[in-house]
Design a protein around this ligand. Structure first.
Ligand code: C2E
Ligand code: MG
Ligand code: MG
Ligand code: MG
Length: 290
């Protein structure tokens, strides 16, 4: 029986693998169309400055509402796009939409909002990438300071062009952030040698705050390190007031998470900014009395 069970296990395994590749093929096939027929759009999740309690800006997160396949999470389709040049096309679309949005917000009188855009390893390695950025800044006549680029810690790890490319982008005047920090293995010397303005603490370290002592210490250590290196720190994945209070208490600069809001369409985000300005919001003041 053990042998039979083993066999069916293998079959099941093959079946699962086959399903994964069928799904991958469908996503791949549909993505090309999605990029041209506007099924892929971007939404904005607010970023809150914890010192002033005001809105720092928003992270642009792409969304795929497929007529064929339904809503597909970026966690599923980004890794597939990253295996081909589709990610270059997708990345350029997200950057273009973000610049367009900054221009609209400028015209509406909001000049200080920063839009943070995710950039994949393949984009960062593309020699033409800084030229694309420059062309977009010119086309939309926006300040380079309005755009922040997020690259993951893992995507700069095996990327020998990373430093040179990041420096070229920094010279254009953009802000640079290292995303999902703590999930890779950056050495201190490497971190010090790259022109980052900001570190984003991965949400796996935020989830169990304030109860996990080790996560509290990790967050404190990241803050201490970043303060030495002159970098600001954003914590992502904040869902509860108690997480926010702990982060505020240890001096974290910026906050992001469902406690404030999920990502929203541009229209909803604008509405949210107006309401936020009028009050009702999670307090970034510390209420701890120790
Ligand atoms: P990320 O860059 O780390 O983005 C943050 C993710 O955390 C987003 O997931 C966001 O919705 C989620 N998040 C924010 N606050 C909370 C919270 O309080 N609780 C929980 N549970 N989650 C929260 P999303 O939008 O599904 O994106 C997943 C990942 O896909 C992103 O992680 C990023 O790596 C990638 N991605 C999304 N858009 C783009 C893009 O335009 N280009 C590239 N290259 N990657 C993208
Ligand atoms: Mg990000
Ligand atoms: Mg992140
Ligand atoms: Mg993350």
């Amino acid at each position: 029986h053990a042998k039979d069970a083993g066999k069916s296990c293998f079959k099941f395994y093959d079946f699962e693998l086959a399903m994964v590749s069928v799904e991958k093929n469908r996503i791949e096939r549909n993505m090309k169309g999605a990029l041209t027929n506007d099924e892929i759009c971007i939404e904005f999740q607010p970023l809150i400055d914890m010192n002033t309690g005001s809105i720092y800006g928003a992270e642009a997160l792409c969304r795929w509402y497929s007529r064929e396949l339904g809503m597909i999470s970026p966690e599923r389709f980004i890794p597939i796009a990253e295996q081909s040049n589709a990610i270059l096309q997708l990345g350029e679309k997200v950057l273009t939409e973000s610049c367009k949005q900054v221009k609209e917000w400028n015209e509406a009188g909001w000049h200080d909002l920063v839009v943070s855009v995710n950039v994949s390893a393949r984009q960062l390695s593309d020699k033409n990438f800084p030229n694309i950025i420059k062309a977009l800044l010119d086309e939309y006549a926006i300040s380079p300071q309005s755009i922040e680029l997020e690259v993951t810690e893992t995507s700069i790890q095996n990327n020998k062009y990373a430093k040179e490319q990041l420096e070229r982008i920094k010279r254009l005047g953009l802000r640079l952030a290292i995303d999902d920090f703590g999930t890779g293995y950056s050495s201190l010397s490497r971190l010090k040698s790259l022109p980052f303005d900001r570190v984003k603490i991965d949400r796996s370290f935020v989830r169990d705050l304030p109860h996990s002592e080790s996560d509290v210490e990790i967050c404190k250590a990241i803050l201490a390190l970043c303060n030495v290196l002159g970098m600001r720190v954003t914590a992502e994945g904040i869902e509860r007031q108690e997480q926010l209070e702990l982060l505020r208490e240890i001096g974290c600069h910026c906050a992001q998470g469902f406690l404030f809001s999920k990502a929203m369409s541009p229209e909803k985000f604008s509405q949210w900014v107006r309401e936020f300005g009028q009050g009702s919001r999670p307090s970034t003041e510390s209420h701890h009395h120790r």
